[in-house]
Design a protein around this ligand. Structure first.
Ligand code: PRP
Ligand code: URA
Length: 213
């Protein structure tokens, strides 16, 4: 893939790249992987929220009165694609503790690589909120596309997608299906293998987070 595709922001900050390398390493423990995902989540969220609207408020500091900035509008919604999305979610909530949370239960059928939905719960008023959908891995993008379609069906209009790693094939598919949704990722890897895994990638994010196989 030559250059960064339109609608995609690669967060090439040194701290993000360092943490990602440790996460990729097969020798990194479950505990280390989970902790690093939480830490990187904050840095990715910082980028994904860069253009949030601000409003002026009048406050009094211990020294003087002033007009200052606060976030405008309703609280953000973070929508986690289960299971692995929860690893990013924790770090995002560290940064924005008052955000509302949606859970989208999807697993990828290993044969068809199609997502199977098993759970959905989201706040009602999605049309009035900025929604950030999160999942560490954008491989075929089937899961992310399905999750965002669901959020749109429930009224969401201003949506961003945050992941840790993306495959070029996934980005292409995602951009075709949801060209209005910006993708924020720490890296775009080389390709997908025959099993739909990102290469070089980091393996199965959910398994590495929770110590399952
Ligand atoms: C992984 C990952 C994404 C999906 C990405 O989830 O967390 O949700 O695969 O693949 P895709 O882009 O090809 O759809 P998985 O289905 O393994 O479920 P888990 O998070 O419960 O382990
Ligand atoms: N899901 C993962 O967790 N890892 C991949 O490489 C692809 C899909």
């Amino acid at each position: 893939m030559l250059g960064t595709p339109e609608g995609v922001k690669v967060v090439d900050h040194p701290l993000v790249q360092h943490k990602l390398t440790v996460m990729r390493d097969v020798e990194t423990s479950t505990r280390g992987f989970r902790q690093l995902l939480r830490e990187i989540a904050g840095l990715l969220t910082y980028e994904a929220t860069r253009d949030l609207e601000l409003t002026d408020v009048h406050i009094r500091t211990p020294v003087a009165e002033m007009n200052a900035k606060k976030l405008a509008g309703k609280k953000l919604v973070f929508a986690s694609i289960l299971r692995a999305g929860n690893g990013l979610l924790e770090g995002m909530l560290d940064l924005v503790p008052s955000a509302r949370v949606a859970h989208i239960g999807l697993y990828r059928d290993p044969e068809t690589l199609q997502p199977v939905e098993y759970y959905f719960k989201a706040p009602d008023d999605l049309s009035e909120r900025v929604v950030i959908v999160v999942d560490p891995m954008l491989a075929t993008a089937n899961s992310a596309v399905a999750a965002i379609t669901k959020m749109k069906e429930r009224g969401a209009k201003d949506i961003r997608f945050v992941c840790l790693l993306a495959a070029p094939e996934g980005i292409k598919h995602f951009r075709e299906m949801h060209p209005d949704v910006q993708v924020v990722t720490a890296a775009i890897d080389d390709h997908l293998n025959d099993h739909g895994y990102i290469v070089p990638g980091l393996g199965d994010a959910g398994d590495r987070m929770y110590g399952t196989k």
